[in-house]
Design a protein around this ligand. Structure first.
Ligand SMILES: Cc1ncc(COP(=O)(O)O)c(C=O)c1O
Length: 366
């Protein structure tokens, strides 16, 4: 996002910088308490201190999970690109199943997930909320996934980095691990204050792994490769989770209004469409109707940098980040409209010249 981090985070960082010492650091008790209290207060999730494994980022966590669990990996596309690269980098075969759009919402195709799964599959990579489609998975959907994981004895690595960014007031984030003791036992949940409080560059994240044997496997896979978490990231994490709730509530209201502006702009443009964004600051836009060979390059030529759906296993789609001031967004949406209309204008010019060529031909043959 383009926003300055919460004042409490900035104050904690200033304090740490003023102390002037930047040696290696270990998480300290008040930081661990801030994480534990935050998860209990926000999600009713009671975790133990020992379940936490600190990480420099969630992408590290995804890659470690793929190394820690021996077998094929399954995930649902379109998906944040490291979900596609982490299995490959770990030497694990990846199976993907497309999400489906039903009743105006992206959903898991449970029948296709079943069909794609056999005894070789050991790990499901869950994105919750789902980047890029912006779904906040509901309890009944998560319960179906948990049943599926239990039936095939899968470990579920749940990337819940966007859990603090639920935009719909009537919805709540439900951590996969809170569904049941059985779901908790097979879960590795990846979390961070980074997206919600706009501090991803500080590199501080965590995995919550209740099952001791699974946690040992995860820790062994990261041994000697994953560095210490930097002390500024740890200080920011504590202030974010403990002291920045009010800032986050204001952020959510601002992002929800941005989301509505994006939805209205997309609805008014020819050849493009999107489904409601329930969570995240990302809009997933279907531009296949524009018939462009390279949509990302077309929009970039109109001054708009969008993520290319091809990287998410969905060519023909684009992802727009609306975590920015309204003035930036309005300019972005102006360029978006111009980029869409230039295609329909070109198409009608082509149609008009084709029509007049036909008319000329008809005249000359008279
Ligand atoms: C779903 C998801 N996971 C992980 C990350 C990145 O995590 P990190 O920067 O902690 O590696 C992102 C960033 O966009 C993301 O959207």
């Amino acid at each position: 996002m383009d926003f300055a981090a919460p004042p409490a985070v900035l104050a904690a960082l200033h304090q740490r910088v003023d102390a002037g010492v930047f040696g290696y650091g270990q998480p300290w008790p008040s930081l661990e308490a801030a994480v534990i209290d935050h998860l209990a207060a926000e999600y009713g999730w009671r975790i133990e201190r020992d379940w936490i494994v600190w990480l420099p980022g969630l992408v590290s966590g995804l890659n470690i999970a793929c190394r820690a669990v021996d077998g094929d990996v399954l995930t649902a596309t379109p998906i944040y690109p490291p979900f596609l690269s982490a299995p490959r980098l770990a030497g694990r075969p990846l199976r993907t199943v497309g999400l489906i759009q039903q009743h105006g919402r992206w959903q898991w195709d449970m029948a296709a997930l079943e069909a794609a799964t056999d005894a070789a599959v050991r790990l499901f990579l869950l994105c919750h909320p789902h980047n890029p489609v912006g779904r906040c998975w509901r309890r009944e959907e998560l319960a179906a996934l948990a049943d599926f994981a239990a039936a095939h004895d899968l470990v579920v690595c749940a990337d819940e980095i966007h859990c603090g960014l639920i935009l719909d007031p009537e919805q709540r984030h439900i951590p996969f691990a809170t569904l049941s003791p059985e779901a908790a036992r097979r879960s590795m949940t990846l979390l961070a204050p980074s997206k919600t409080f706009n501090i991803p560059g500080l590199g501080c994240a965590l995995a919550v792994i209740p099952d001791p044997a699974l946690r040992r496997r995860f820790c062994r896979a990261k041994e000697g490769i994953v560095p210490h978490i930097n002390v500024l990231g740890l200080a920011a994490c504590e202030a974010a989770y403990r002291d920045s709730g009010g800032w986050r509530r204001e952020l959510i209201a601002y992002l929800a209004a941005n989301r509505d502006r994006v939805a209205a702009a997309v609805a008014a443009c020819p050849g493009v469409a999107m489904t409601p964004v329930e969570a995240t600051y990302l809009a997933w836009i279907d531009v296949r109707g524009l018939g462009l060979a390279n949509p990302a390059a077309h929009f970039e030529a109109h001054g708009l940098g969008l993520s290319d759906g091809a990287d998410f296993a969905a060519p023909g789609w684009l992802r727009l980040n609306f975590g920015c001031p309204r003035s930036t967004l309005d300019e972005a949406l102006r360029r978006f409209r111009a980029a869409c209309h230039s295609v329909s204008d070109q198409a009608s010019t082509r149609r008009r010249s084709a029509d007049s060529a036909v008319a000329r031909q008809a005249k000359s043959t008279k």
